[in-house]
Design a protein around this ligand. Structure first.
Ligand SMILES: [Zn+2]
Length: 287
């Protein structure tokens, strides 16, 4: 994948790399309370503060580990470029084809763990989109995992992951996320899982649409093996593949993302058609 015109704008970007929870995590009133307790117990307040920080959850105030603040810089540049291009593409699709206004999400990169509007996140939760705060969260270390553990190296593999998360934001704007939320209360777990698969496959389709439009709008140029590398990523993160790796067997009813074959097929469909009207996985009979 080669950039022809990369947008490095950082106005919708929050860089939390290297921000780790240690040291003075307790601030304000908390600190005063600790000092009072320290006086009463006749102990060193700073030591007590350290103990309190280990017991209590973070209450604001982070420390930046400078060495990690620029970690995985090349991956940050790539995924931010994909994020910005996806916003540009969806802005255009929304106004030209849907007659709607697109609202940009925020892109957050973090190290090890962070807080989101959907709760705490760790590196092991993988990249995700939080509809409550409309932010895409990625611990860039995931991309190393994608190439080593999931055997899907290559820039378009990383781009696919980022474009897929922006796809979830598009779904929020189009009302699919709310639809699923409502259904959650009224359908069985199995039915809900199936709806969740439909949501994920549509995000894969949207990632394919991104790739196609990014080429057509001369934002990126694809090289030999690029589409294969994105397909490899889609294949690797299929529920069947992950379950096989994690537990050694497959339970289709528990799928929430779709099989490897489905994920590759929907990404491909998005890429081949570039047409959002083809991506209604919710009314599709066969996924
Ligand atoms: Zn997803």
């Amino acid at each position: 994948m080669k950039w022809i015109n990369r947008n490095d704008d950082e106005s919708n970007y929050e860089d939390r790399r290297g921000k780790v929870r240690k040291g003075a995590a307790i601030g304000g009133i908390g600190t005063i309370v600790v000092f009072v307790i320290a006086l009463v117990l006749n102990q060193d307040p700073s030591q007590l503060l350290n103990v309190a920080n280990q017991i209590l959850p973070a209450g604001g105030g982070e420390q930046v580990d400078e060495a990690r603040a620029t970690e995985n810089e090349d991956m940050k540049v790539l995924s931010l470029g994909v994020f910005n291009s996806a916003n540009d593409i969806w802005t255009k699709i929304f106004s030209n084809q849907l007659g709607k206004q697109y609202r940009k999400p925020t892109f957050v990169t973090f190290t090890d763990e962070t807080m989101s509007g959907c709760g705490g996140a760790t590196a092991s939760s993988g990249p995700f989109y939080c509809p409550a705060d409309e932010k895409v969260y990625i611990d860039l270390a995931f991309f190393h995992e994608l190439s080593s553990k999931f055997k899907a190296p290559g820039e378009l593999a990383m781009a696919y992951v980022t474009a897929h998360e922006v796809g979830h934001h598009v779904q929020k704007l189009l009302g699919y996320t709310d639809y699923l939320d409502q259904k959650r209360r009224s359908v069985s777990q199995e039915e809900y899982n199936e709806l969740s698969v439909r949501l994920e496959l549509q995000a894969d389709f949207f990632a394919g649409v991104w790739a196609r439009q990014a080429v057509e709008m001369k934002i990126i140029e694809l090289e030999k093996g690029d589409i294969e590398s994105a397909m490899q990523a889609a294949n690797a993160v299929g529920d069947d593949n992950i379950q096989k790796q994690m537990q050694g067997y497959i339970v289709p009813e528990s799928f929430t993302h779709g099989t490897s074959e489905q994920r590759m097929r929907w990404f491909n469909k998005g890429y081949n058609t570039g047409d959002i009207s083809q991506g209604d996985t919710f009314s599709a009979r066969n996924l």
